[in-house]
Design a protein around this ligand. Structure first.
Ligand code: PGA
Length: 255
């Protein structure tokens, strides 16, 4: 059984004081969770303070992106070892906003995934088709090629360390979502792509759904057999909404 995972992507929101306040509210609302992993991904400037606020809780810290080199002349970038240094265990890689606004290519995503694994971080690799790709019937082809690119440099035996988030680009921040059944179908495509020869570990990889997840629709995704949780943007900034999403995942947790 795969442990459900709910990840909060705060994007470019929250200076330090409100970030710490929101974490205190999440802690108060959720207490000690069991059976579901909760990862909070604040912006880089709030990571250190957020890490301190999360110390001693079951909630884990994640970065929103990273560079593939451990250090060097890359002005403005943050490396995997730097994320580890502030207490991160996870990192979002290849979010569609990175791909769209910052020119992040499949090739860069592949290098980042490898670098994340090498420094002990769990990458949450985002894949998803744009609206015009869906309308052209290219969803599966796009997803398959994004997953293959992300896997390109993953060392043998490390596959099960990956988390993949299926985030249809047209569903992010729009209030529109894929249906549970369609998200489950695409998650199946992702799992079959992960499961190449010698890659039995694909069954252990957690696949999340992302794109306008809210307390009102989370159950539709969690009840799908291929979906193991969610990557939550907007609703993760609202403590009551986020807590309700985590509680829904807890009810689905094994044991
Ligand atoms: P959203 O964002 O929940 O606001 O749609 C999801 C994401 O971008 O990861």
């Amino acid at each position: 059984m795969r442990t459900p995972l709910i990840a909060a992507n705060w994007k470019m929101h929250m200076t330090i004081a409100p970030a710490v306040r929101l974490i205190e509210e999440v802690k108060a609302a959720l207490g000690a969770r069991s059976g579901v992993e909760v990862v909070i991904c604040p912006p880089a400037t709030a990571l250190s303070a957020a890490g301190h606020a999360l110390a001693g809780t079951p909630f884990l810290l994640g970065g929103q992106t990273m560079h593939w080199e451990p250090k060097g002349a890359y002005t403005g970038e943050v490396s995997g070892p730097m994320l580890v240094d502030v207490g991160c265990r996870f990192v979002i890689v290849g979010h569609s906003e990175r791909r769209l606004y910052f020119g992040e290519t499949d090739d860069a995503v592949g290098r980042k995934v490898r670098a994340a694994i090498e420094c002990g971080l769990t990458p949450i690799v985002c894949v998803g088709e744009r609206l015009e790709e869906r309308q052209a019937g290219r969803t599966d082809a796009v997803i398959t090629s994004q997953v293959r690119a992300a896997l390109q440099e993953v060392p043998a035996g490390a596959l099960q360390r990956l988390v993949v988030a299926y985030e249809p680009v047209w569903a992010i921040g729009t209030g529109q979502t894929a249906t549970g059944a369609e998200a489950n179908r695409v998650a199946g495509v992702i799992r079959r792509t992960l499961a190449g020869p010698g890659k039995d570990a694909a069954a252990a990889v957690r696949i999340l759904y992302g794109g306008s997840v809210k307390p009102e629709n989370i159950r539709e995704f969690l009840e799908q057999p291929e979906i193991d949780g969610a990557l939550v943007g907007g609703a993760s900034l609202d403590v009551q909404a986020f807590a309700a999403i985590v509680r829904a995942a807890e009810r689905r947790a094994p044991g």
